[in-house]
Design a protein around this ligand. Sequence first.
Ligand code: CTP
Length: 400
Amino acid sequence: MLKGKNVLLGITGGIAAYKTASLVRLLKKNGAFVKVVMTPDAKEFVAPLTLSTLSENQVFSTFKDDETEEWNNHVELALWANFFIISPVTANTLAKMANGICDNLLMATYLSAKCPVYICPAMDLDMYKHPTTSDNLVKLQKNKNILIDAKNGELASGLVGKGRMEEPENIIDFINNHLREGLFLAGKRILITAGPTYEKIDPVRFIGNNSSGKMGFALAEHAIELGAEVTLIVGPTNINKQSNLIKRIDVVSANDMLVAVEQNYLSADIVIMAAAVADYTPIITSDEKIKKNDKEISIELKSTVDILKTIGEKKKQNQLLVGFALETNNEIENAKSKLIRKNLDMIVLNTLNDEGAGFEGDTNKVTIIDKNNKEEIFELKSKLEVAQDIFNKIISLLQQ
Ligand code: CTP
C-alpha cells in the first residue's frame, strides 16, 4: 500500500518522538519515500541526523535552511506528499492545527497539505483527558484528519493512563488497512501457491523443477495493492521477501503444500495455484545418502495428489478457483481440458514455446481462458504486469 508513495512525517516535541526513528525505518521498509519535517522542540527528543540518515533525505525544521540560507518551501513539501503523518502530535500542536495557527514550518506545511493527514497524539493522561484536547480532536476529525488514537499504558511522567503514542508497527498497519478500505478486493481473502516443490530422494538429493516463485509473489503483491488479505504458500525459493501484509507459509514437498492448502482454502474467497507442484515423488526416501556404485539405479515414483483438482472437487459456490497450465504442445486444448477437469473458473496458460515466458525470468507471456471459454492472449510483460492482467480478469469474473 505504501510502496512508491511519498510520505511526509511531521514530528513535534514530545518524548515519544524518539520512536519516530523506527517509524521512518518501517515506512522505508514498506517501500515509501520519506521526508521529515519537525518542530524545533522535536529536535530535543530525536536527532535530525538520525532521521535524515534513515529517510535518506534532508530533514526540514525552519523556514530558512541555516547552511544554504535557502528558503524551505512548505508548499512544495506539502504537495509532494501522498500522505502526511504527524506523530507524535502534542497537545500544543493539536491546538494549533485545530485553529490554523501558523508559527512554524510544520504548521505551514500542514495548512498547505491537500493529502490525507494521519495524527498520532501523545501526551500525559490529564492533558489528553482535558476537554479542550477532546474538542480539538473532534474538530480535527471533522476536518478529515484521521486519528490514530493514543494508547493506555505507562507514561513518561510515571503515571499510567491513556496518552502513549501508538507503536510504529501499529501505525503502519493502521495506515495500510485504512488505505485498503474501498479497494476492489477489500475484505477478500486470497490463497496463492508459488514456487516448486522438492521431493526428497535421500538427505542430499531431491526431484524438483525450475520454478522461481516470482509469478506467485507478483500475484501476492498485487493482491495486497487491491486490498485483499493474502496467504502465500511457497515451496523452496530464493525469494526472501517478508511482509506483514502477507501470511507466508513455507513448505517443501507436494504433500506439505497439500496439507497447507487444505488448512487454509476453506476461508479463502479466491484460490490461485501458481505453484509448479511435482507430479511424482519417490516411493521410498532413503534415510542415508545413496552411495555411488557402477550399476544403474532406478528410483520408483508414485503420483502426488493433484492439489488443485482436490479443492476443485470441494469448491464452494462463492469461491473462485484459478489454475496455471504449463504446456509445450496442444497448449489451448490441454489448458481447456485442465480447466474442466479441475473445476476451475479460469486458467492461466504459459507455454515454453514463447521466448521470455515461464519459469525463472522476470517476464511472462500468458493466455487466460475463463469458464465461459473466453480466451485472451497477452503480450510478453513483466510478471507484475501479468499479475495485474490476471486480477483484472478475476475482478471481471467476480462482477458477473
Ligand atoms: N497442480 C496441483 N497439484 C499437482 C500438480 C499440479 O495443484 N500435483 C496444479 C498446478 O499448481 C497448476 C495446475 O495444477 O495450477 C496445472 O499444473 P500443470 O503442471 O500444468 O499440469 P498437471 O495437472 O500437473 O498436468 P501435466 O503435468 O500432465 O500437464
